[in-house]
Design a protein around this ligand. Structure first.
Ligand code: APR
Length: 230
């Protein structure tokens, strides 16, 4: 089976009702990154950071995957699919995708502030001060904050280098190192981009830009390019 590697961003979850970051009204219109998504923010105002992610977890609990998530899961019947997502929601997994790499962490997991190997599934949406790991230290959101290492990046680069087909869906390609993955696609391999707006990338001859939202764009991608004979 051909290897289809997908880089997804907040845009694929937009039609499920989860706001993106940089569209009008997006998360960064309402919060400053330096107040809620950096290690310094955590040290300066732990309650504000905990509340920011509690609100996002509470919202994410009530949303469902959309047709784009399901289309990617279904493509596993035709391709060896790996999803590299910048999203921290679990909609790819809920839709049935079996190989999902979270570059920026996972909203429904918490992590020890003392021992980063201690990661816990969260049973409820709320993480509070006083919620401690088994070694007695405060739990934090299992999220990669700005300025922190992206532990899964090396794995993501290796997988991207092996891609026969690369799909970029719903990301502005504004944040590195994630956005740099496009440069690890082997020369000449096709790159498809699904987004209502052109991300921050200059289109090269091996790139096909499908200027549509995720749900209809996936439909066009599959019918015209991935499975034209189906
Ligand atoms: N379908 C597809 N794409 C969409 C849709 C939609 N319905 N609606 C919006 N988009 C596109 C926008 O045009 C934009 O290109 O989704 C992208 C959203 O971009 P961002 O808000 O920047 O989200 P993302 O690219 O995932 O951000 C990357 O930045 O803040 C950090 O850690 C955060 O993982 C995030 C990273």
């Amino acid at each position: 089976m051909k290897k289809l590697v997908v880089l997804s961003g907040a845009g694929i979850s937009a039609e499920s009702g989860i706001s993106t970051f940089r569209d009008n009204g997006g998360l960064w219109d309402n919060y400053r990154i330096e107040d809620v998504a950096t290690p310094e923010a955590w040290l300066r105002n732990q309650e504000l950071v905990l509340d920011f992610y509690n609100q996002r977890r509470k919202q994410a609990e009530s949303v469902k995957p959309n047709a784009a998530h399901y289309a990617l899961a279904e493509l596993e019947n035709h391709f060896d699919v790996t999803i590299i997502t910048q999203n921290v929601d679990n909609l790819h997994e809920v839709a049935g995708s079996s190989k999902v790499i979270h570059l920026h962490g996972e909203l429904f997991k918490s992590r020890s502030t003392k021992n980063p190997d201690l990661v816990y599934e969260m049973k409820t949406w709320e993480l509070k001060t006083g919620d401690l790991c088994e070694e007695g230290s405060q739990l934090r959101p299992h999220i990669v904050w700005f300025g922190e290492e992206v532990p899964m990046m090396a794995v993501a680069m290796d997988i991207t280098e092996e891609a026969d087909i690369f799909l970029v869906i719903g990301t502005s390609l504004a944040v590195y190192p994630a956005a740099g993955l496009v440069n690890y696609v082997a020369p000449g391999r096709p790159i498809f981009i699904v987004d209502p707006a052109q991300p921050e990338i200059s289109l090269k001859k091996n790139m096909t830009f499908i200027q549509e939202k995720a749900t209809t764009g996936m439909d066009s991608l599959i019918k015209k390019y991935l499975l034209p004979d189906n």
